[in-house]
Design a protein around this ligand. Structure first.
Ligand SMILES: [Zn+2]
Ligand SMILES: [Zn+2]
Length: 324
């Protein structure tokens, strides 16, 4: 494998996803370090991330000496940055130090990171992972308990309504719950709260998936065929205009609620099995489409072709339909 000339942040994320399954992961790690040395990163600020990634790859192959060299350079590249990404690199360094028997040095790296627990959602995961690998799960449990307590003390109500509302607290509770199960501690009140929030989050996710049938899109020709075959099935809209206006409105609503990566799922009459007047047919079809990779992403640029396939500019086609 040979890496391309200028590695963007997106390239690095892709390598992160694929490197562990690569034929020669250590080669990938070495190339990442070379790319940093040769200034072949699109954004020099990614140097720490690229080197930490190389370290993680080497660690996964138990090449701890190489991993330590990479991670030392990563930590140096991050310098005095005080964000979660830097914390993750330092926690990785601690994790590698534990695996090479340098426990004191590992703890010296981890201790100053402890305040990150109440500041960043992912900190509870990488800090407890490092402590766990260092055979300090009980210490991780103590750190997490204390972070839960101090977060709760700052809140007005003891029980948040849902996982989203719980925010930072949710990640702490979840990680603490996992560790306590792993070391065989009995359920306490915080664990009960963690389970209630986990259940609520799972239910909210299921409800969200159920609304996906709102995003099934039949291009005009398919829509006309559908209406001709099932005249009584009006759930997708009485007319094509109503169909696309409904989708546009739903997409605008979802975007307003903070959803990103929105897309419509292009459907075809032939894929539909059963009567689309029935909600369960529509839900099953939406699930089937959601599982395929076909998507029309939304929104298009204002002057680009509209997502509905009309050939008109978005700003003159479906963009105004949500305001109808
Ligand atoms: Zn439990
Ligand atoms: Zn349109």
């Amino acid at each position: 494998m040979s890496l391309k000339t200028d590695l963007t942040s997106a390239d690095l994320n892709e390598i992160r996803r694929s490197a562990l399954g690569a034929a020669d992961p250590l080669g990938v790690a070495a190339e990442l370090a070379d790319a940093v040395d040769a200034g072949r990163l699109a954004d020099q600020a990614d140097a720490g991330y690229a080197l930490a990634l190389a370290a993680e790859i080497a660690e996964s192959r138990a090449k701890f000496d190489a991993a330590l060299r990479y991670v030392d350079r990563a930590v140096e590249a991050y310098g005095t940055r005080d964000d979660s990404e830097t914390g993750a690199a330092r926690a990785l360094r601690a994790r590698i130090l534990f695996q090479t028997g340098h426990d004191d040095e590992a703890m010296a790296e981890l201790e100053p990171l402890r305040p990150l627990l109440t500041r960043y959602p992912d900190a509870s995961a990488y800090l407890s992972s490092a402590l766990d690998i260092g055979k300090r799960a009980r210490l991780a449990e103590q750190w997490l308990t204390e972070a839960v307590q101090s977060t709760l003390a700052e809140r007005d109500s003891a029980e948040p309504a849902n996982a989203e509302d719980a925010g930072q607290l949710f990640f702490l509770l979840q990680q603490r719950h996992r560790i306590r199960h792993a070391i065989g501690l009995p359920h306490d009140n915080h664990d009960n709260l963690a389970e209630r929030l986990e259940t609520r989050l799972a239910n909210a996710t299921a409800a969200e998936a159920a609304t996906e049938h709102e995003l099934v899109f039949f291009p005009q020709a398919e829509f006309e065929r559908l209406r001709a075959k099932w005249p009584a099935a009006t759930a997708y809209g009485e007319s094509f205009d109503e169909h696309r206006a409904h989708l546009e409105t739903e997409l605008v609503r979802l975007a307003g609620a903070g959803r990103v990566g929105l897309a419509v799922l292009p459907g075809a009459l032939d894929g539909l099995t059963g009567d689309p007047a029935e909600a369960k047919t529509r839900a099953a079809y939406a699930r089937q489409l959601a599982a395929s990779s076909r998507r029309i992403s939304w929104p298009p640029e204002r002057n680009a072709a509209c997502w509905c396939g009309s050939g008109n500019k978005y700003k003159k086609c479906c963009l105004p339909r949500s305001r109808g």
